[in-house]
Ligand binder design. Sequence first.
Ligand SMILES: [Zn+2]
Length: 451
Amino acid sequence: MAEQSVSNSGAQTGGKVTVILGGRLIDATGGATIKNPVVVIEGKRISRIGTAGEFPLPEGAEVIDAQGLTLMPGLFDCHVHIAAYNTVSFANHRIAMFEVSPQLQSFYTLYHAQLCFEMGFTTLRDMGRNNAWANFAPELCAVRDAINNGIVPGPRLQVSGRIMTTSSHHDLNLPRAAYRHPGYTVDGPWAIRGAVREHLRTGVDIIKTCVTGGASADEEGDTRNLTQEELNAAVDEAHGFHKPCAAHCWTALSHRMCVEAGVDTIEHMVYTDDESTRIVVEAGTPVSPTLLHRTDHAIEVRRKMGSAANVLKKMKEVQPYCYDSFKRMHQAGVRIFMGTDIQFDPEMGSNATELELYVKLGMSPMEAIQTATKSAAEAMRLHKDLGTLEVGKLADVIAINGDPLSDITVLQKKDNIRMVMKEGKVYVDKLREQPLYVIHPQPGQTRLADS
Ligand SMILES: [Zn+2]
């Protein structure tokens, strides 16, 4: 599939001129850090990058003084669930599933996206949601379009439509006893092709399916959820409309099935073997690790939010396999791109903690940063416009306290994220006398509806 352009990204250059003065610049190409950088932005795009004193600043330019701070590309989280049942105003996610209407859930979706945005994540790829009524794709598209049309501030979104076969992982996100509306699940290649087409009519960017079980309810994670023929149908139909297909995979068998079907991205790293890893490397299929969702902290958050004991037990059991698979895949040269699987566990906005896990498991800080910038943009086929700070690219730039190349955890602290720019426009600016924020409610200020 061809690379894609960011929709609504407008003229190449021209328009308002902004200059950012920084302390150091990590352009995420993998090259050396630039000291005392000057980044010139015309309209939405970067028109020049140099160092202080190298050229006169353009006359009349707005200057953002971020000297002493690190400039780097806006971050990507390529596997989030911003439409997860809200647990900001519900203490129990299983109650929220039946108490929150899709209409209200849409507002939470935006709120979750904004929490990530304020932490420097200017692009999110949402991996879809189903709720007690239906597939949540129309609402996800609405939130995406409200942001893209400039009605509300937020990160660039790509959203998924889920293909759910009966008894699959996605189907079992809903309790077994809950009523399924006709068409909620689909089985067989032609029904799957029909469901893909329906999602594309709704306007999703990605088709998502699950090849194996996972950690919902009392399902087993190593089950096979669909046949090769069904997976081939989902991928082929998506590709017919020039859209990618992402697949949730927990097993080595599912990796082999994905490569045969031509899946665009593999989601999660749970059970792998050397042979399946080799096949994935040869195919060049990017894999999103989603390790943040596997940590003890995430399991503890799940416990507090009412997850069943068998789910918690399963999460703990798979943990070492996930970490081992990450090391195996990294060492073998798999194309790794950053995804967290954040829903309510752990907290929205803590996305960058994923990178600390990568470094602990053997990546260099630069490699880890690239999973959330350059490699992420490549996996999403947005690398023509995004992922690195280079002349001609869209100006998604963040300014942070500290140097993530020497301490990757600096990206996790909200106070450190001093400025967030998306396509040349500043959305968060703590450098001004009157700081600019996206999110206004502070923790504790929202009401718990089921307390
Ligand atoms: Zn997920």
